[in-house]
Design a protein around this ligand. Sequence first.
Ligand code: KG4
Ligand code: ZN
Length: 522
Amino acid sequence: MSAVVRDMTPADIGAVLTIENKSFPSPWSRLMFEQEVYAESGRAWLVVEHDGVVLGYGGLALLDEAAHVMNLAVRADCRHRGLGRALLAHLARRARGMGARHLTLEVRERNRSAMALYEAAGLKTVGVRPGYYSETGEHAVVMWSDDITHPGEEARLEELWNRAELDLEAYPDVATGHSAPLVLGIETSCDETAAAVMRGGTELLSSVIASQVDFHARFGGVVPEIASRKHTEAIVAVVQEAMEEAGATFGDLDAIAVTHGPGLIGALVVGVAYAKGLSLATGLPLVGVNHLEGHIFANPFANDDVTPPLVALVVSGGHTSLVHVPEWGVYHTLGETLDDAAGEAFDKVAKVLGLGYPGGPVLSSLAEEGDPAAIDFPRAMLRSGDYAFSLSGLKTAVINHIRHEREAGREIHVPDLAASFQQAVIDVQVTKATRAAKELGVQWFCLAGGVAANKLLRESLHETLSAEGVRVSVPPLDLCTDNAAMIAAAGTWRFLRGERLYLDAEAVADLRLDADDASLKT
Ligand code: KG4
Ligand code: ZN
């Protein structure tokens, strides 16, 4: 397959910026490229592309009879093959077509390879602009061509075109460079400030989580104001640590992925605002990830056999839903909780028992010593025939039981209570999950979210669904509760689909998983 030179489109700008940022000390911003690409007339902007991957670009603007070459760069690992020559020759053809008689440009005096390219194209040094590049004080060399409509000059430029190696059999690294982008994931939707760096959506290079749980524990739950303040304090250091651990610099990255909903709005905005600032400063494209989609993506990340169509049970401190995923990126919510989330029920029961926050881990470990049949708690909606859940009745029943026992002067057997409560939660979840998987005829079932760390839930789903011939995926424990690796994994997938979050996008507290895809792009 050979490389082609074609017009640059707005969709190329992300890839162009990645090359731009790695090529120049003061790169152009997205806005600058957008202004050029959207300009109505007097411009020619081209990319050289191989198998869908942008390898280089260049553009010019026409001023009177002179076509000013404004920018030209080739990906570092694709240099010395004449792609710059091909771009320049093609730009010259376009300039001629626009009525230009000369090519002109400024080049950094230290950029010898660029000067050599322009000299080969027949441009000559006509002067120097001292200190033109203000950030380094470097001089600009001004170059100018002879009349490019003159047959001799035209032939020289066509010769450049012929010498370019556009037959790119010898570009084995190019495809991998594109399909394995380096992505920084950022997560701040609740009470963990997290950042992770991932290669190609599968190779985790670092994952840093700063938990605020100690600051919330004394209140028995997450306090929104504390959450956003702590995210603000932690985010810079957390991202820095993730980058250092990955041995990467911002210049090595291809994209930034950030959770933009759902979650606590004051917490989400910290991550989103930070990511936007980083995107603006580095020119890196930004991708928005739905937190729940992130939880689901912990499954294919941990086990690459997992593929849709599948059913996922998303159970966390804020959500309890059964989701049908016919293909990646398409989510149909089959049913969700009408009141409390499963994690929330664990947290509230633990709070009443004085066991601190979060309640899930402590209650489930106490439950191991207890008898799940000791107390008969209600299994709400078990036979409702739909996929909805309701946990507030169970929570109230547990709290009433505790009060009743205390009032009667009886000591509460906490392990029995924990085991009975946990069993009531799990019975309903497993029953509905199994029915959904069977009804939709899927081969895979994925468990996702903080409550997926629950050992009994994992085991029960495995047992019941395996008996029905459904394969079950549960993420490793550290990928169940909030982390940024899952955001980087989902973000990589969205990045490769060309989705972007622009600088006017906002965090959305109630962002839905089955929202129209467009909401993820704005
Ligand atoms: O996904 P996550 O880290 O944060 C949200 O997005 O909400 O989930 C946290 C929730 C908490 O409610 C916590 O109690 C619960 O997950 N959780 C558990 C277990 N580990 C964490 N619930 C039951 N059993 C567990 N072992
Ligand atoms: Zn979560």
